[in-house]
Design a binder for this molecule. Structure first.
Ligand SMILES: [Mn+2]
Length: 308
């Protein structure tokens, strides 16, 4: 199967036929360590929901003046497209030490921008372009370079934690996972092949097993918030752009009660804000019980562990 046409149903339909190449980042699977004493906030698919993004960051105590608790913000990709304020989201993330992953929408927009250039488009042609094409043409060179640099996955080694937009195939070393699969998959079939459609096979998180590593991902608003019982996979796409919620997983250090200074490990909690409105409707999207629960401070103290 031609990889460039394998994933053509989600974003783009016609677009993926017309625009089929974007360069991959120099570092596809990035590994780093983060300060153990500062919290990490991992945010699900933002899709241009800038107002909700700011609200969620505030609610998690990640005041970006740095006075409160400046921690590390990581997003699972699909920061842009579909929603109302893609450029604002992009500028916000670019102007701060936000770590982001390349989602299928960033990838699609890079494909368009690789082929289509503003100077070669007449005003009348511009009017006939679709929303993705117009958005891709509106990016500055600096914005495109930033998007281009986003890795396909991130491994935070001292937390034994992966972040990827869509998922990983079972029994394949991370370094050799297909970037296209990592950005698009939702299910795997009986042979371990990645599939974007979720009506065949099973959710890939059921098959994930690599030591005790945890994976945090997005891309699956139909299933909504997904929490594997053993804490090894968390899906954070709770459908904000579809009028549901924007969700973050916050991982914060815990301290010895006695001295209050000795680092004991980490605890995890989920924090959500409601979408201000339904920005787009999707025939694929159905309201999912697990994502529409009151996720206020949901699942406190999930799977605390000594991950340092
Ligand atoms: Mn996606």
């Amino acid at each position: 199967m031609n990889l460039s046409n394998k994933y053509n149903s989600d974003v783009v339909e016609n677009l993926s036929v017309r625009y089929n190449y974007a360069a991959l980042p120099t570092v596809q699977h990035l590994t780093l360590t983060l300060p153990v004493s500062s919290p990490i906030m991992i945010i699900g698919d933002i899709h241009g929901c800038y107002d909700e993004l700011r609200e969620l960051i505030e609610k998690c105590g990640f005041n970006d003046t740095g006075i409160n608790r400046l921690g590390t913000i990581i997003t699972v990709g699909d920061l842009v497209a579909k929603g109302p304020k893609s450029i604002e989201v992009l500028e916000y993330c670019m102007s701060r030490p936000v770590l982001a992953i390349r989602g299928n929408h960033e990838h699609c927009l890079l494909k368009i921008a690789t082929t289509l250039h503003r100077e070669s488009i007449s005003d009348s042609m511009l009017q006939n372009l679709d929303k993705h094409e117009k958005l891709a043409l509106s990016f500055t060179e600096a914005q495109l370079q930033w998007i281009q640099s986003l890795p396909i996955s991130l491994y935070v080694s001292n937390h034994d934690l992966y972040v990827v937009h869509a998922g990983f195939k079972p029994n394949v070393p991370i370094e050799t996972q297909s970037p296209e699969d990592c950005m698009h998959m939702r299910n795997v079939d009986d042979h371990g092949n990645a599939m974007e459609e979720s009506h065949e096979g099973q959710p890939w998180i059921n098959t994930w097993k690599q030591g005790s590593s945890t994976v945090v991902f997005g891309h699956d608003s139909v299933r909504g918030l997904q929490l594997r019982d053993d804490g090894m996979a968390y899906g954070l796409d709770s459908g904000c752009v579809y009028g549901e919620k924007l969700t973050a997983l916050v991982i914060e250090p815990t301290y010895d009660n006695g001295s209050g200074t000795r680092l004991m490990g980490t605890q995890k909690r989920f924090v959500s804000v409601n979408a201000h409105r339904k920005y787009v409707s999707s025939k694929k999207y159905r309201r999912n019980g697990s994502s529409s629960d009151s996720t206020e401070q949901l699942a406190l103290n999930l799977h605390s562990h000594d991950a340092f």
